[in-house]
Design a protein around this ligand. Structure first.
Ligand code: B1M
Length: 208
């Protein structure tokens, strides 16, 4: 029998070969795709997320774990589709206009994928019009914006204004080194998270 605890441990260690191998074995043995996802991959990423929050692991460990999860997800994804497993929620993220920093944004995207969200990544330097266009095209539930520069923080406010004017009803969360809860409140965002692990908790609570 494939061991889903061992799968979670492989994700935690960032051991992509073992993660892929156990995922394949579990599917070959008819373990449900949902169980492989929830009891193996997501369980492992949850541990990493909690350790990251407590500063017990750092960015490289999170990136390596996320890569192991990504490789296993490539094997699992077709089975999840067949089984009709629905994502926890649909999340769209981008670094706002004028801003080219994407390390934190990528980390947030990976952690949310790890938590079972379907993630649309718009990349960097994303103009308000692009957020609006993609939000309308995808019917997304939750939009995330990242900014690392004090000079690009106003792009968040402009984007929120554009989304509201376009009638987009998705929840909006923001983050990035210069962002604070006070700023989120001021510009009308629905939530702020200081780091990628808290972003997962926030995203779950916003789509709940
Ligand atoms: Co830039 N840069 N940079 N830079 N850069 C900073 C941000 C800076 C603080 C450095 C400094 O002066 N001390 C400073 C900003 C000052 C300010 O505005 N107050 C700065 C500057 C000035 C600039 C340039 C203007 C430099 C220049 O050209 N003169 C220029 C601007 C380019 C542009 O964007 N238009 C620039 C360029 C660059 C590089 C391209 C060289 C590179 C980016 C590479 C890349 O991202 N692919 C870069 C880098 C690497 C940095 C530092 C060193 C590191 C940023 C980083 O990746 N941190 C940074 C200094 C620093 O922070 N020590 C700096 C790690 C990352 C995991 O953290 O992004 O904060 P962070 O993400 C965290 C949280 O904030 C949160 O979760 C993440 C994980 O916990 N989070 C969210 C992030 N987004 C979230 C979204 C959420 C929720 C949480 O919900 C949606």
């Amino acid at each position: 029998m494939a061991d889903l605890k061992a799968l979670a441990d492989a994700v935690i260690r960032g051991d992509q070969n073992t993660a892929v191998e156990i995922t394949k074995k579990a599917l070959a043995e008819h373990t449900s795709a949902k169980s492989v996802l929830e009891d193996g991959l997501i369980a492992g990423m949850n541990v990493i997320g909690n350790r990251f929050k407590k500063n017990e692991v750092y960015i490289p460990e999170v990136l390596i774990a996320a890569r192991a999860m990504k490789m296993a997800m490539e094997v699992l994804a077709p089975e999840l589709v067949k089984a009709g497993v629905k994502p926890v929620g649909k999340f769209m993220i981008g670094t706002v206009k004028g801003d080219l920093h994407d390390i934190g944004k990528n980390l947030v995207a990976m952690m949310l994928k790890g938590a079972g969200f379907e993630v649309v990544d718009l990349g960097i330097d994303v103009a308000p019009e692009k957020f609006v266009e993609k939000a309308k095209a995808t019917g997304i539930q939750l939009i995330g914006m990242s900014a690392l520069l004090t000079t690009t923080m106003p792009s968040m406010e402009k984007t929120i204004k554009a989304l509201k004017e376009a009638g987009v009803s998705a929840m909006i969360m923001i983050g990035g080194a210069p962002i604070t809860q006070g700023y989120a409140d001021k510009i009308g965002a629905d939530g702020y998270a200081p780091d990628a692990a808290s972003a997962v908790d926030l995203a779950k609570s916003l789509v709940a």
